[in-house]
Design a protein around this ligand. Sequence first.
Ligand code: URA
Length: 198
Amino acid sequence: MTTPDLAVREAAAASPTLEVLAERARSCTACPELVATRTHVVPGAVPEGVRLLVLGEAPGAQEDESGLPFVGKSGRLLDQLLGEVGVSRAQVGVLNTLKCRPPGNRPPTRLETRNCRGWTERQLALAAPQVVVALGLSATRWFLGPTSLAAVRGRLHEQGGYRVLPTYHPSAAIRFGPEGEPRRLLREDLALAAEVSS
Ligand code: URA
């Protein structure tokens, strides 16, 4: 019997382009609770020929409303910090480990993460970025498995053919405020990613 994660893998593998994949992901039915509660699937945004890509956790309320990744508070801070290190959003691929919003912004379950994995793996293969910035613990663990941000943040890790740079999620930078350590380190890590990918 085909399981939801395998069905996703097959649909993703059979997608020749990012556009075709996004279209297929928009009708994904792998996670019944997310299908029942979502407004839009948020496949992500990957401009042609990107060298730098960021991976977040999952869409929030505004992303679910619009169908676009990182358009809420976290997205605005991400845009600002990217701008401060000389990168515009138009040059950056933006994906999430989950393409649907978990109700109430609860953390993704292990099953949801597994079900959705095939979409993201294929997106990464098609985009072939020089560097992937993993924003926060979920995205970091998506690449590196069980670990803590403290153990791996701020350094490039070779993983599955990608150079992965784990860092804070913008929501942590917001939570700790403009003078907080997470914001300073997130900016520093984005600067490193910009340099390495240019
Ligand atoms: N947080 C994320 O991780 N991703 C989004 O798209 C928005 C908020």
